[in-house]
Design a protein around this ligand. Structure first.
Ligand code: MOS
Length: 726
């Protein structure tokens, strides 16, 4: 391998930095109209009056669509594991089809106008009256009614080994702790945007999505046209993080507005629109209880979480995921419970589950270490399992020991004096903290074609999308090595649903999923070339193809026919279940941080960060480092500032803007040192494990642990703001 691993610049870097790259809201189609949304401001009930007179009178307004005059839209399909595209509905709400309101922020009208300004002005003039119904919107108040999450094909709601409560009560040293995390909102650089155009019963949408293929299937169902009539394009996406993994109101309503007006329509959500109509992360409460012998051997591990879903959708977040794999204990109990709230449905957000789950379990391990008078790394190593703790399955790859050893040395962990408050720098209390990072590794079925031309160039075609992580660059590197051609000879086409079907960009699965099929396609191409060479002779691709008088050789993996899709999905499910029975696969790592806390004001500054990660083979060191760094930055937001404030009386989001929801800025972020073990996982294509989500995991715990080391205070409630530290 010569190209894989190299820190190559992104192939789309220049287009993005020069502004040549066009995003979903940048297609200036002829006759383009603009849409704006009106949001309900009750949590649950019915619209009793909706006055659009003033809105319709605004110059330039083309249409005001409400439940009174909207064209018909079919309901969202029921979720079925036989058709995974059914997972893509953000909510079950059928917008503008009835007078019902299911959550505060639900779009209840769409204004279409010649300009965005007219649309927004008109939207502000719509007057609505409601008959409110009783609603449940207060997570804290609902928590006691939480019910254990039903099992799903990916995870059981409750798992146990032995009798953890009993073992806890008998253990020498115990901690039994409660952690809380707030809801979080998605804040991608590019707000959700759609440009939609109908030609007869053919729909084209440029959509800021992580999943063009599923968006296509979904829109076809909702607008009752054949799937082949819908084309979804997303050549560039300005960040997604899970928030663009589902179909939310904006995409549907842009397509609806275009159909109703006969004009191409652009709908770019305002930042407020993203907060109100695109789900974010659930709030959580978590109990972590640990019991150990005096020498640090864990006897009992309990992790029980409460999160929320909703009547009209929501994602049961897998908060205890990592706790099933991180520590060896004879007695383990994990349980995930849910409450149903009448709020905008929660959804995936970078490392759903492990982001907030590692906060609780990794902070609790730190607390247990303090109780035992042990170094927290030594405690972890004492309980590092040889096999999966819950069921004895093998780890496909497990290098946490190596990550801790390398990280501790590079970070200078030995310089840490264990006593809280013992390290100072002038007025700053200095703390050092550490935590494990963990994220499962999987892959989906992907269809890929590879074409080798007589001029020596290679074209890879796959309908994935690129939201900033460098997917096209990574696949070009993989193809270059697989075929033995220079990186520059490879071109990758992506971001268009007309291309072979790809899974969405999610679950840190994209690179491995596509690589798997790409490697197979490259093998097929090489075989075809060899067969040609036997007939006509020649040395090297160009020579062989020219002698054989063949303009190009193409190989396909997977089929986009209806049957091909079903077969691909069945293959994926079978493979997934077989592998799951055999292995536990994950990327993992360790997060080290240093914080400074002002002894008088409680101001918290993160002054140093170092992560060592096991993501198997590293395809591109530069991009992978950026992925991990980006995750760490998001983790710092989660640790220190991010919080969606929901009014517990009304269910209304109170801070729907970047002015009142602080995501980290440059001044918040220290230098971040990222390194990799770069050791191939024997069970994954090219040995690679996903890198997208690992970086955020463990971050909040490392910060909380460092703050405790600096100040002696344990803060178990995110975000850790200065008032909680003082
Ligand atoms: Mo991610 S939350 O799998 O986009």
């Amino acid at each position: 391998m010569t190209v894989v691993g190299a820190p190559i610049d992104r192939v789309d870097g220049k287009a993005k930095t020069t502004g040549a790259a066009r995003f979903a809201a940048e297609y200036a189609l002829p006759g383009l109209a603009h849409a704006a949304l009106v949001y309900a401001n009750i949590a649950r009930g019915r619209i009793t009056a909706l006055d659009t007179t003033a809105a319709r009178a605004v110059p330039g307004v083309l249409a005001v669509l409400t439940h009174q005059n909207s064209p018909t839209v079919k309901p969202a399909p029921k979720v079925s594991m036989l058709n995974l595209s059914t997972l893509v509905s953000g909510t079950q709400v059928n917008y503008l089809q009835t007078d019902e309101v299911h959550f505060d922020g639900q779009p209840i009208a769409v204004v279409v106008a010649e300009t965005s300004a007219s649309a927004k002005e008109a939207a502000s003039l719509i007057r609505t009256e409601y008959a409110a119904m009783e609603s449940t919107v207060d997570f804290a108040a609902a928590e006691p009614d939480a019910k254990v999450q039903p099992n799903n094909p990916l995870m059981r709601g409750e798992e146990k080994k032995g009798d953890a409560e009993k073992a806890l009560s008998e253990a020498d040293v115990t901690v039994d702790l409660r952690f809380t995390t707030p809801p979080h909102a998605h804040n991608a650089l590019e707000p959700h945007s759609t440009t939609a155009v109908w030609e007869g019963d053919h729909l084209t949408v440029y959509d800021a999505t992580q999943s063009i293929d599923w968006v296509r299937s979904h829109l076809a169902v909702r607008f009752a046209v054949p799937t082949g009539n819908v084309r979804v394009l997303a050549p560039f996406v300005g960040g997604g993080f899970g928030g663009k993994g589902s179909v939310w109101a904006g995409t549907l309503l842009a397509a609806l507005a275009a159909r109703a007006t006969g004009r191409p329509v652009r709908l770019m959500l305002t930042r407020e629109g993203v907060y109100r109509t695109v789900g974010g992360r659930t709030a959580s409460t978590q109990r972590v209880a640990l019991g150990a012998d005096r020498d640090g051997k864990l006897r009992a591990l309990i992790h029980a979480s409460v999160a929320r879903t909703g009547r009209v959708g929501g994602m049961p977040e897998q908060i205890t995921s990592q706790s099933r794999h991180l520590y060896d204990a004879e007695h383990i109990l994990v349980r995930q419970s849910l409450v149903e709230l009448d709020l905008l449905p929660n959804t995936f957000m970078r490392a759903p589950g492990e982001s907030i789950g590692t906060f609780a379990v990794e902070a609790a391990i730190d607390e247990l270490a303090a109780e035992l008078g042990m170094d927290p790394i030594a405690l972890r190593m004492r309980n590092e399992p040889a096999v999966n703790p819950m069921d004895g399955k093998k780890f496909a790859h497990r290098m946490l020991r190596e990550a801790y050893t390398l990280g501790a040395e590079k970070f200078g962990w030995h310089e840490r004096t264990p006593e809280p408050g013992s390290m100072r720098d002038g007025r700053w209390l200095v703390g050092m903290g550490v935590a494990s990072a963990y994220h499962p590794a999987n892959r989906f079925a992907a269809n890929v074609t590879v074409r080798l031309s007589a001029d020596g160039t290679v074209l890879v075609r796959c309908g994935f999308q690129e939201m900033g992580m460098g997917g096209a660059t990574a696949q070009a590197q993989i193809a270059a090595d697989a075929l033995g051609v220079p990186f520059e000879a490879v071109r990758v086409e992506y971001g268009d649903s007309e291309l072979p079907m790809s899974p969405g960009a999610g679950g840190s699965m994209q690179t491995a999923s596509i690589a798997n099929s790409l490697l197979e396609a490259c093998e097929k191409v090489k075989h075809s070339v060899q067969a040609l060479a036997k007939r006509t002779g020649g040395e090297g691709y160009e020579d062989i193809l020219r002698r054989a008088n063949v303009p190009h050789i193409e190989a396909a993996v997977g089929s986009d026919t209806r049957f091909g899709r079903i077969a691909g999905q069945a293959r994926f499910m079978t493979n997934f279940l077989l592998e799951q029975r055999r292995w536990v696969k994950a990327a993992a790592g360790v997060q080290f941080c240093e914080v400074r806390v002002d002894r008088d004001t409680g101001e918290i500054r993160v002054s140093r960060w170092l992560g060592v990660f096991d993501i198997g083979t590293v395809i591109n060191h530069k991009m992978a480092s950026s992925q991990l760094r980006g995750g760490i930055v998001m983790g710092l937001g989660m640790a220190l500032s991010e919080e969606t404030l929901i009014d517990p009386r009304t269910g209304r989001i109170m801070n729907p803007s970047l002015a009142e929801y602080h995501v980290p800025v440059h001044a918040d972020i220290p230098p971040i040192d990222v390194s990799f073990l770069d050791d191939p996982d024997p069970t994954m294509p090219l040995g690679l494990l996903g890198a997208g989500e690992l970086g955020i995991t463990g971050v909040a715990a490392a910060v909380a642990n460092a703050i405790h080391h600096a100040t002696g205070n344990r803060v178990r409630e995110l975000p850790i703001t200065l008032d909680k530290v003082l």
